[in-house]
Structures are given as C-alpha cells and as structure tokens.
Design a protein around this ligand. Structure first.
Ligand code: AMP
Ligand code: ZN
Length: 451
C-alpha cells in the first residue's frame, strides 16, 4: 500500500513520495499570535499533526516546521490597543498557544520559527526578487511583488487574472484580501506612523515585512528551496499560499512545494467559524463546560479533514461520551500488553494512507477493542499502536480510583452470587449503579468502572 494525498495544486489524489528517500520536509502555517486561537484554527493544527503522525507511522522521518506569526497588521494593531510592546504581547499568546496544543495532544514540530527572527532572510529574499524583476519599489518606499511578471500566478487558487477588476492603484498593502482583489502585494511595508515602534532599518528602507514573505523565507531557510508538503486551512489558499508560490518560485525558478494540503472549515450555523464573525469558541470554553480537549480532537477525527464540519455542542458531547466508552473498554483489557494484531494494523494503515481517512481508521479501533477473538493483551497493544497516529491519550490512561465503599458492595455481591442468592446480587448491582458505577463480570474477574 502506498500513501495517497489530495493535492490542492492538481486537485487530485496523488501518490506521495518525498524528494529525499526517507525524509519528508513539511511546513505548516502557524498561528498569528494576537489572540487566543479559536477551535476552528485548531483543526488546521490537528490535521497537520495527524498527517505528520501518519508519515512517521509509514516509516518516514519528518522534518516539520511551524511558524509563529509575531509581526503582521493584526499583532501591531492589538498590541497597541493593549498598550503593550509587540514582544510582550505576542509572547503571551504564543505561550497560550503552546498550552492549548499540548492539551490537544498535538506533537511539537521539529522547530517553531518566529517571524521576527527571520527578518534578515526575508530582506535577502526580497532583494533576489528585486534583482530578478519580480518586485518593484513604490513611491512610498514599500516594495511590491509584480504579479503580472510571474506567469503562473494563480495556479494554486485557479485564479484567472483576466477576471481581475481594473483597479486604479493595482496594488494592495494589507495582508488579507479576497480573490477578486488580486493585485500586486506588499513584500516590505514602508514605515507608517501607525506602526509605532515596530520597524526594522534595512537595505529595503525603514519598515516591516508583509505576512506572505514571512512563510516563504522561514520555510526555505529551514527546509531548502523545495518542500514536500505545505499545509494550512483552505482560506490560506488565496492569497497567502498563492503569494508564497510566486515569491519562492520567482526567486528560485524551482517548484516550491510538491504537495499543497488544506483542511476544510469548522462551521457554526453553517458559517465559517471566524473571529471577524464573532461566532467562535476557544478551548477554554470547552474546558469550562467540563469537556476534555481530546474529545474535540476525537470529534474532528470522525470526519475527513477535507469535509466541512458544523460545530454543535451536542455533537461534541456525543464524541466525549463515545471516547469515555472507548477508554473504559481499553481499561477493562487489563494490565498486560501483548502483540500488535497485524490484520487490524494493516487495515488501519490502509485507511490512513488513503488521504488520511480517519473516520474509517476509527471504525477499526472500535472493531479491535471489541473483538473477543483477539486476546485482551493483543488488543491493548494494537490500540496503543493506533494511538501513535490518533493521539487520543490511551497510553497515559490510569485505572480510575474506585471508592472503597463500592469495592465492599461488589464483594458482598460476589458472596451473594456464590450462594446463588441472585435476588440479592441484583439488588447490590442496582445499588452500585445508583452510586454512579457499573460492574461487569469478565473471565479475568469483576471489573468496576464509572458510568
Ligand atoms: P490564522 O491564525 O487566522 O492565520 O489561522 C490559523 C489557521 O487556521 C489557518 O491555517 C487557517 O486556514 C485555519 N482556520 C481559520 N479558520 C478556520 C475554520 N473555521 N476552520 C478550519 N480552519 C480554520
Ligand atoms: Zn504561512
């Protein structure tokens, strides 16, 4: 079985193989640290995490870079609102992001790269673009990418430039804009009073980088001029990733990324969850309701990353109930860990290697956990193996502590059963249930767990 991924560039599911035999280079557009990311944003990082885990599971070494955007229009705007330095402001939200990804079981990338640590590389890249005629300086001192010079501009988002509205200025300075506003975009933004104390004095003049150049510079500085995989949410396709291609390929003349992979949206009431629409939840909203962040991860895995999912609390609660059940079943398998069941493993791998079919991979997890033809110890080993990809935290599960009182009632019930007093034994079972616990007679003894 070979790995197949849907490539946004070709709009096809393609067989994957890396440029270097065993090593995969992968770049993920990370958070802009101006606020708490919402749970929709976390879909992008959970997707990248599962992708990376699948690649490792298939035997590849993955070099994974994720950036932290600590300089852009939004970080400047909001740090000023809070009267904090850009550094203090962005460090706070970076730390909150780290806490969140740990609680979602997202593995750290090989390296996090902060945009402000790569200004030199950005300036060098812009200079290359100026030399090659892909960029020009405007009268206000900013430097722009000339999209008409890059003949393949639009190839990722399938933008047809002829459709572009004739625009008087024909250039755009803000980082985010819609497809119908495709224009020359800013690589280096000349200093503006509104930027306060945020600027760098460079060969390009006093100013700061545009958002798009940040990712081209950081990815190429760490992974080389050609990458195997680049990920992000679908809203990154235009303009961000289109512009990354123009900048990188303009400078190097080589294909920048072989596989562009994008996750679909998390919706609320069928609309994209977004800060600007004020329809978002952050991870704290979940934990305040007593919902484990891993249940959110589990809920997302129930759908393929390329399908839109509509967030409703009932669905999340349903996922949590299902996950609790899986955990109970897992704990009932006992202490011993045996051998991974190869038949189930093969199926599990086959589904994931088919463009990360997590819903079907989860169905294999349910099958194996309940398959009494496989020994409990082997089932346990298989689940732990699957969890290398799923990241549902089985490894760290501990037997719940059952109160002594419950143990005593259970022992009394055992006595009653021994004496064939089934009426009493049933009454004692009901009593245990009414106290919030349940009891199960298994071949290896009585198991008690929370309801
Ligand atoms: P941002 O911090 O806005 O750059 O977004 C971080 C990541 O979250 C990007 O990869 C976005 O594409 C992704 N994203 C934003 N909103 C959503 C959403 N509602 N559902 C899924 N992914 C999203
Ligand atoms: Zn990016």
């Amino acid at each position: 079985m070979s790995l197949k991924f849907y490539n946004t560039l070709t709009r096809e599911k393609e067989e994957f193989s890396p440029i270097n035999k065993n090593e995969v280079s992968m770049y993920t557009c990370g958070p802009t640290v101006y606020n708490y990311p919402h749970i929709g944003n976390y879909r992008a990082y959970i997707f990248a995490d599962v992708l990376k885990r699948v690649l490792s599971y298939s035997g590849y070494n993955v070099k994974h870079i994720m950036n932290i955007t600590d300089i852009d229009d939004k970080t400047i705007r909001d740090s000023q609102k809070e009267k904090k330095s850009l550094k203090e402001f962005t460090e706070f939200y970076t730390e909150e992001f780290m806490k969140d990804i740990r609680s979602l079981n997202i593995l750290y990338p090989t390296k996090f790269t902060k945009a402000t640590d790569y200004i030199k590389e950005m300036v060098e890249l812009i200079k290359r673009l100026l030399e090659k005629g892909f960029a020009y300086k405007s009268s206000d001192g900013s430097t722009y990418f000339d999209i008409k010079k890059f003949k393949e501009y639009g190839k990722l988002s399938r933008l047809v430039l002829e459709e572009q509205k004739e625009n008087a200025s024909n250039r755009i300075k803000t980082d985010e804009y819609e497809k119908e506003n495709a224009q020359d975009f800013a690589l280096w933004k000349a200093y503006d009073e509104k930027d306060g104390d945020v600027f760098w004095d460079t060969e390009l003049g006093k100013g700061r980088p545009g958002w798009h150049i940040e990712c081209s510079a950081m990815s190429m500085a760490n992974l080389g001029e050609q990458l195997d995989i680049h990920t992000g949410g679908v809203d990154n396709i235009f303009p961000h990733h289109e512009n990354e291609i123009a900048q990188s390929e303009g400078a190097t003349g080589k294909q920048f990324v072989r596989f562009w992979m994008h996750n679909e949206w998390v919706l609320v009431d069928q609309k994209k969850m977004a800060k600007s629409l004020q329809n978002f939840y952050i991870l704290k909203d979940l934990t305040q309701k007593g919902i484990n962040p891993i249940s959110y991860r589990f809920w997302l895995l129930m759908a393929n990353y390329r399908t839109r999912v509509n967030f409703v609390w009932e669905a999340l609660e349903g996922a949590e109930t299902a996950l609790k059940r899986l955990r109970r079943l897992y704990l009932e398998l006992g202490e011993q860990t045996g051998k991974v069941n190869e038949g189930y493993q093969q199926k599990f791998k086959e589904y994931l290697e088919d463009d990360l079919d997590t819903p079907r991979a989860l169905s294999v997890l349910w099958d194996v956990i309940k398959d009494e033809k496989v020994s409990p110890a082997d089932r346990k080993a298989t689940i732990l193996d699957f969890d290398k990809v799923l990241g549902l935290g089985f490894e760290n599960l501990k037997e719940e502590t059952i109160p002594e009182e419950i143990h005593e009632i259970a022992m009394e019930r055992q006595e009653a059963r021994k004496n064939k007093d089934f009426k009493k034994s049933d009454e004692l079972r009901d009593k245990i249930n009414s106290l919030g616990y349940k009891i199960k007679d298994t071949s290896s003894g009585v198991k008690i767990s929370k309801i």
